[in-house]
Design a protein around this ligand. Structure first.
Ligand code: SF4
Length: 365
């Protein structure tokens, strides 16, 4: 039975360079470089790698004047719009807007002086630059006033985050500035879902989804997929970032995979279905799966490949796959779109699958 597509929440559309966020446009993927932004060559190289992996937008940190000084050169060479990530120094936001940043990420809570926020809003409005306004769970509980701190700690975090965001948004409403993307980040999947559901009910600005401090893929993959997947299934979320420590290309691949899994983005390349293995397995298929994945990494046509370890589920998966292989003892049966092609020896399985996929791609080009 065909599942109905996810119904996206309608929001105000916000233009970020040549990319739209919200307004029913496809959910965009963004990531953040971890090079020193002042090193323009290294930063551009990483932006190019992120864009090639599927990022629609890339954010760069601009903690120093040297970083914003490099921004113009980076933006001129970037294949995707560049967002400047600003904390504490409103001067960096003004310099980034001047350099041509397509969007500024700003947590007004990090700027002590309201006048500074006004200045950034005025500059962004004049340049047609969007602003992402965010709260992080770490900044919503009162630190200075012990009485208020006790009260805050007794309340659900997502409610505090909404209150803080509402407070920030008053500043933007007073300035009549509406090119906003909102975010509320927590390390906790449950809080992330709860706060974004409340935001979606209350405001019609597009939402940036992400789980913060997710750590490595080992600690953060399930948390991020749980939170973002639940929200996206509800039609909530207009731009996403899965953030992991390490090479950010991995986070872009994970975010793209999440969107493809929910049919929010068309899959390009190989969709690999592999048997999880069990006691019925008669041929070790794990290295075969790995080799097929590696050897077909350059394929951009959407092709479903199933590699199954026995006859229990193999023929069924073969029916739904473009190319499939069902392994038995010392040999396997190769299928194309449910039809048997031939039997292949165990040591030939990976090569046979790769050849059959390439043949199929050639024939359908
Ligand atoms: Fe086990 Fe066969 Fe299923 Fe693989 S396809 S998990 S070997 S039953």
């Amino acid at each position: 039975m065909e599942m109905p597509d996810i119904r996206r929440r309608q929001t105000r559309p916000v233009k970020v360079g040549g990319v739209w966020i919200g307004g029913g446009r496809p959910v965009t993927v963004q990531s953040m470089t971890n090079t020193r932004t002042a090193d323009a060559d290294a930063t551009v190289a990483q932006i190019e790698a992120l864009a090639a992996a599927g990022a629609d937008l890339v954010r760069v940190a601009v903690p120093t004047r040297r970083d914003t000084a490099a921004l113009k050169r980076i933006i001129a060479r970037s294949p995707v719009p560049v967002i400047a990530d600003v904390h504490f120094h409103f001067d960096r936001a003004l310099e980034a807007i001047d350099a041509g940043a397509a969007k500024i990420r700003l947590n007004p809570g990090n700027l002590s002086d309201r006048q500074q926020v006004w200045k950034v809003i005025a500059a962004a409005a004049a340049a047609g630059v969007a602003i992402r306004v965010g709260v992080n769970e770490g900044s919503v509980v009162e630190r200075a006033d012990p009485e208020r701190r006790r009260r805050d700690l007794s309340r659900p975090l997502h409610e505090l985050m909404i209150e803080k965001l509402a407070e920030y948004l008053e500043i933007f409403a007073a300035a009549n500035f509406e090119d906003l993307v909102l975010s509320a980040k927590s390390h906790d999947a449950f809080t992330t879902v709860a706060v974004n559901r409340l935001m979606a009910k209350r405001w019609n600005f597009p939402l940036h989804l992400g789980v913060t401090h997710a750590g490595t893929p080992e600690t953060g993959a399930v948390r991020s997929a749980a939170a973002l997947g639940a929200l996206l299934c509800d039609g909530i979320g207009d731009t996403i970032r899965i953030s992991y420590a390490g090479d950010p290309v991995h986070e872009v691949r994970a975010a793209v995979d999440l969107l493809c899994s929910l049919r929010l983005r068309e899959r390009k390349g190989i969709d690999l279905i592999a048997c999880p293995t069990c006691g019925r397995l008669q041929t070790d298929i794990t290295p075969i799966v790995e080799q097929v994945r590696r050897d077909l990494a350059d394929v951009t046509a959407p092709v479903t490949v199933a590699i199954m370890g026995c006859v229990v589920n193999g023929p069924g998966e073969a029916d739904g796959a473009d190319v499939a292989v069902c392994a038995g003892k010392d040999k396997a049966i190769l299928y194309r779109r449910g039809e048997k092609v031939r039997a292949v020896a165990a040591e030939e399985i990976a090569r046979a699958v790769v050849d059959e996929v390439r043949k199929l791609v050639r024939e359908t080009e």
